[in-house]
Design a protein around this ligand. Sequence first.
Ligand SMILES: *[C@@H]1O[C@H](CO)[C@@H](O)[C@H](O)[C@H]1NC(C)=O
Ligand SMILES: *[C@@H]1O[C@H](CO)[C@@H](O)[C@H](O)[C@H]1NC(C)=O
Ligand SMILES: *[C@@H]1O[C@H](CO)[C@@H](O)[C@H](O)[C@H]1NC(C)=O
Ligand SMILES: *[C@@H]1O[C@H](CO)[C@@H](O)[C@H](O)[C@H]1NC(C)=O
Ligand SMILES: *[C@@H]1O[C@H](CO)[C@@H](O)[C@H](O)[C@H]1NC(C)=O
Ligand SMILES: *[C@@H]1O[C@H](CO)[C@@H](O)[C@H](O)[C@H]1NC(C)=O
Ligand SMILES: *[C@@H]1O[C@H](CO)[C@@H](O)[C@H](O)[C@H]1NC(C)=O
Ligand SMILES: *[C@@H]1O[C@H](CO)[C@@H](O)[C@H](O)[C@H]1NC(C)=O
Ligand SMILES: *[C@@H]1O[C@H](CO)[C@@H](O)[C@H](O)[C@H]1NC(C)=O
Ligand SMILES: *[C@@H]1O[C@H](CO)[C@@H](O)[C@H](O)[C@H]1NC(C)=O
Ligand SMILES: *[C@@H]1O[C@H](CO)[C@@H](O)[C@H](O)[C@H]1NC(C)=O
Ligand SMILES: CC(=O)N[C@H]1CO[C@H](CO)[C@@H](O)[C@@H]1O
Length: 820
Amino acid sequence: MTGQSIYTTTFNLTVFLFLSLLSQFVSLETSRFNSNDGNLTTHCIEFERKALLKFKEGLTDPSGQLSSWVGKDCCRWKGVSCNKHTGNIFKIDLRNQGGEYCSLFEGLADNNSSSCLGGEISPSLLDLKYLSYLDLSMNDFQGITIPNFIGSLEKLSYLRLSQSNFGGMVPPHLGNLSNLQYLDLSAFVFYYNIWASDLNWLVGLSSLKYLNLGGVNLSEATDWLHSVNTMPSLSELHLFDCQLSNFPKSIQNINFTSLLVLDLSSNESNSSLPLWPFNISTLVEFNVSLNNFTGSIVSAALGSYHNLQSLDLSSNSISSDIRELLEGLSGCCNSSLKELILGSNKFNGKLPDSLGHLNYLRSLVLNENLISGPIPESVGRLFFLKELDLSFNEMNGSIPTSLGRLTELTKLQLFHNSWKGLLSQNHLQGLAKLRVFSVSSDTTCIFDVTHEWLPPFSLLAIQISNYLLGPKFPTWLRNQKELLSIVLTNVSISDTVPDWFWKLSMQIDKLDLSHNEIVGVVPNSLGISFVDLRFNRLEGTIPLWPKVICLFLNNNLFSGAIPLNIGSVMSSLVVLDLSGNSLDGTIPLSICKLKVLQGLFLSDNHLSGQIPIHLGDMYALGSVDLSQNNLSGHIPESMCSLPFLYWLRLSGNNLSGELSRLKNCRNLQTLDLGDNKFSGNIPGWLGENLSLLSKIRMRANLFTGDIPQQLCHLSDLHILDLAHNYFTGSIPHCLGNLSGFNRFTSVNIPFAYRFFYIYQMDLVVKGRQFGKCGSFSKDDIETVVLVSSYANLKQTKVAGTEGRKDNIIKPLKITVSFRS
Ligand SMILES: *[C@@H]1O[C@H](CO)[C@@H](O)[C@H](O)[C@H]1NC(C)=O
Ligand SMILES: *[C@@H]1O[C@H](CO)[C@@H](O)[C@H](O)[C@H]1NC(C)=O
Ligand SMILES: *[C@@H]1O[C@H](CO)[C@@H](O)[C@H](O)[C@H]1NC(C)=O
Ligand SMILES: *[C@@H]1O[C@H](CO)[C@@H](O)[C@H](O)[C@H]1NC(C)=O
Ligand SMILES: *[C@@H]1O[C@H](CO)[C@@H](O)[C@H](O)[C@H]1NC(C)=O
Ligand SMILES: *[C@@H]1O[C@H](CO)[C@@H](O)[C@H](O)[C@H]1NC(C)=O
Ligand SMILES: *[C@@H]1O[C@H](CO)[C@@H](O)[C@H](O)[C@H]1NC(C)=O
Ligand SMILES: *[C@@H]1O[C@H](CO)[C@@H](O)[C@H](O)[C@H]1NC(C)=O
Ligand SMILES: *[C@@H]1O[C@H](CO)[C@@H](O)[C@H](O)[C@H]1NC(C)=O
Ligand SMILES: *[C@@H]1O[C@H](CO)[C@@H](O)[C@H](O)[C@H]1NC(C)=O
Ligand SMILES: *[C@@H]1O[C@H](CO)[C@@H](O)[C@H](O)[C@H]1NC(C)=O
Ligand SMILES: CC(=O)N[C@H]1CO[C@H](CO)[C@@H](O)[C@@H]1O
């Protein structure tokens, strides 16, 4: 990955605009200070040098970023710039180039975060009377507040303190900086250490052109819009993730006569889409994604735009007719619009032919909407299109071959629609730059390429599902040497996997060939992290693949014993699913060494012997399914020392003993002990200690005694199966009142999986991408919910970890890398 620039889905206009602003600023500076024809050598002013040394004294600098700050000539110190004539310092730029995760992921990243400056900011800076540029961004000031005296650096026109872990209240003193043109205080998203109770102080910043308060908690600044509306020169306003409350639908007078960029994204509110931004005719970039805004846009509203380049309305609940919106846009903006990001909304209707008029489009992202109908033929006129995402809609019809004319396309996502007919070489032959491709249909379609086909592209990720592509293993994958992710599920391959393919796997992170009829054996070594080969006809013994994190080999023909050293060799396993094979022997004791395992699924095999007594050592374990084997003996005493255990199935074995060992399994939601030889009473504590239980299945055992009244305390209980036992007494009446039986429980992400998310984040931070671990079990409605919420995960805070630095979940998306 190093040496390559990482692009996510879309190129970033903001960066571009910001850079142009910045370069404007810098050229202004250089012309001011370089223009003179004389050649005076710069002399550092002693008084200012002392001020800098004091400033340095206040800072912590573990990696010696300021090691050049010695000697007489302070104008040569790193990050310091002086006026060529007077020698006065006008610029301090100590932006940390080390990495954007400098402070946030301290301790998680491999590299030490010590390149961060920290400590205190000395008021000696006030001695620098001519300081107009101050950048301390990307450092780690560990939550100290921005000093008030910054507001007295009167000459400042550029102030950037972003992503440096400042906390507390933003000092209103900044409002004294009447020369300020650029102000960036943005913080890490979801961090909310820093806040402002109002933005009235902005009134003093009449020269301000760029304002970024992203990540600053503005939940109390209800009047924010009024304050920012007083700044007539403003050209960029970034208020993403500010906990903004109060989005007025309209305002009387819009004073933003030169606003180019408006970013109000990531507020997760429930209000309706504000309409006033549609009156700002100068807008070039408009982003309100991740706000859960409701409402709709009528095409007339777009009429005032004339230079709109980027519109991001994604992740809201906007329910307009997509035809109207696109027609509106092709009316106003057909020669400017480059990015149209509308994913995860409720846009409906069909794509109009006028789509083809938006001929400067680079990104068209319409995933997860309710769009129906076919792809219009006119899509083939969007010659600059790099990204087309129509996945998760209700589109149908046959995919037009005009797609093949989109020679710039790098991402083509057609997953999860109702396509008809063929997808053939003709569609794909022109797409030489394609890097990410996905398609699936809920009707039977054919992926029709010849055996000798040489694809023109080199993919990073491919996903084809529910297309007829087999029975032979696709040989055209052979020249795809850069693949990181391969998903070919339910594509009717009934071949063996050829050796050359396993060798391709050197750099692959994700391999999913599930739901085919693949035969043969798997290789002894494989370096993939996510492997899903379930529902095939693979045979042989269970392989030992040290790098694997998620392993699904269930529902195949694997046989023999589980390798004894599985726990020491596959120590990275997070999910292990070997169910539905013909495995025999005992469960190896080494399995208890899998310290990060969260799901263990060994059901439907011929395993015998006892459940390993040290199971409780698998600290992260949340789901255990050992059902339908020949296991005997007792539940190990350590079972309930698993703090996250919420799902336990042991049914269909020869297990015996009483239930007392489950007394402390407080997080259990599903308990299935059916078809065993458990005996004794159903204890009353089951209804008291295990208060989260929603499913209890104990049928066909040797239980005796009364059914305890306390079961009625289980408010989420909706499955209770106690049939075929030796109970006496009557069925408690109160069971009929249980609310869980009457409503479908709304399910939160099970606690155990939060750990998993953190774990995944760790991996992402280290610069690798992993596929999601997918579904966890077959008949468990909870995990289905889990999987879909995980699949749609945007950026999420992990509850229960507030105040920790690692409480953010980054979305797991495929990151496209281009060699530069
Ligand atoms: C000033 O610069 C000019 C050329 O740019 C050079 O010829 C001259 O010698 C310089 N004077 C001094 C005092 O360095
Ligand atoms: C640590 O940082 C250096 C330089 O910034 C980089 O080359 C190296 O790959 C990093 N190491 C890891 C493990 O991230
Ligand atoms: C990071 O640096 C500190 C001292 O600066 C050192 O004690 C620690 O071991 C380092 N951590 C890593 C992971 O290199
Ligand atoms: C700067 O602003 C603060 C708070 O807004 C105010 O109390 C103070 O008097 C101002 N200082 C100057 C020098 O104007
Ligand atoms: C934002 O600030 C408000 C008021 O100061 C506070 O109640 C709220 O908890 C903060 N939000 C977060 C997410 O920290
Ligand atoms: C916007 O401009 C109008 C007219 O110039 C002015 O009356 C109004 O006070 C301004 N609004 C704000 C919030 O400054
Ligand atoms: C819009 O904002 C979201 C969240 O802040 C960001 O992830 C996304 O990249 C932005 N969209 C564009 C087109 O820049
Ligand atoms: C939005 O509304 C839903 C139900 O109407 C509620 O559950 C949710 O908490 C609300 N979210 C916010 C951020 O207000
Ligand atoms: C947009 O501007 C028009 C007239 O300029 C005005 O009537 C309308 O109320 C404004 N809409 C919003 C949402 O501010
Ligand atoms: C988003 O809005 C919808 C409809 O108003 C609501 O049902 C849902 O709970 C909201 N989601 C969030 C996360 O607030
Ligand atoms: C762009 O839109 C204008 C106005 O609707 C129209 O006259 C023009 O033909 C369109 N251009 C293209 C290339 O579609
Ligand atoms: C108007 C509105 O609903 N604003 C919301 C922005 O997001 C924060 C955090 O989700 C909510 O508290 C606000 O209500």
